[in-house]
Design a protein around this ligand. Structure first.
Ligand code: NDP
Length: 250
């Protein structure tokens, strides 16, 4: 039978915009209590208000996943509030693309700390808690990217983090599948969000915006639907990987 999310608890990182926000709304609609994590507290609070006005349940835990103690606190605050944890969606991420020759090593640090190390630590802190509190089961959903499987020009550090997410998660799967932990890598293609607004290189930013405008790009809800599909499968069905592109994307 499908996994019923009623009274289940899901943490969503990067819930203040884009794919994370859509995923939190969708999981809440399915009956989960959602724990909203990101740095912008006002955005999280208005999302929580929306979810609650529609009859859902949400907890706001402002979190910078680059700060280890804040990531630990996110898991602790979840258990303090709900006494359980069932799903972790590691979605927080940044894409600071620049041609290698002009690239700034500080941007490498930010992407590794958020996209890779933050995800790894959140997973490390959450998995044992899921096993203890979530009926001996748990589900880790990693927001990777097509860039976790294919390398692109001017994406060196971003590609490095997303390839890293895929490798980390496949190894994690082997260590934990016998313990009732499911893992899902979600690999979106072009989704219209705030992601590209933070690209530091003007040429790269314009190129990415043009690429998005040139096609019928995905919406955050398209990816949220994939997450919901994975986490609502019966407990013995593990959707390990979902590669989701706009039809027109090469
Ligand atoms: P957005 O920029 O809209 O969302 C990114 C989210 O990450 C925001 O909620 C942001 O919140 C959060 N975030 C950034 N830094 C931190 C941090 N240090 N600590 C906690 N949260 C942080 O972009 P998307 O929705 O597109 O991105 C979500 C994920 O999807 C990313 O991992 C991205 O790599 C991936 N993805 C996106 C694609 C796309 O085309 N859009 C394609 C493939 C993958 P705040 O600033 O409040 O902290």
């Amino acid at each position: 039978s499908p996994t019923d999310l009623t009274d289940r608890v899901a943490i969503v990182t990067g819930a203040s915009s884009g794919i994370g926000e859509a995923t939190a709304r969708t999981l809440a609609n399915e009956g989960a209590s959602v724990v909203l994590a990101a740095r912008r507290e006002d955005e999280l609070q208005s999302l929580a208000d929306d979810i609650e006005s529609e009859g859902g349940d949400a907890l706001v835990v402002p979190t910078d996943v680059a700060e280890e103690e804040q990531t630990q606190r996110l898991v602790d605050a979840t258990v303090d509030e709900y006494d359980r944890l069932d799903v972790l969606v590691n979605n927080a991420g940044v894409m600071l693309n620049e041609p290698f020759q002009r690239s700034d090593v500080e941007h490498y640090e930010t992407m590794v700390e958020v996209n890779l190390l933050g995800l790894m630590k959140a997973t490390r802190f959450a998995v044992p808690v899921m096993q203890e509190t979530g009926d001996g089961r748990g589900h880790v959903v990693q927001m990777s990217s097509v860039a976790g499987r294919h390398a692109y020009k001017s994406h060196a550090a971003y590609n490095g983090t997303k390839f890293g997410v895929n490798g980390f998660t496949e190894s994690l799967r082997k260590d934990t599948c016998g313990d009732g932990i499911r893992t899902t890598l979600v690999e979106p293609g072009a989704v219209d969000t705030e992601l590209q607004q933070h690209i530091p290189d003007e040429e790269e930013k314009e190129g990415t915006e043009e690429m998005l405008a040139s096609m019928d790009a995905l919406a955050p809800d398209d990816i949220a639907a994939g997450v919901t599909y994975a986490v609502t499968q019966p407990a013995n069905v593990s959707i390990n990987e979902l590669l989701i592109r706009p039809t027109e994307q090469e």
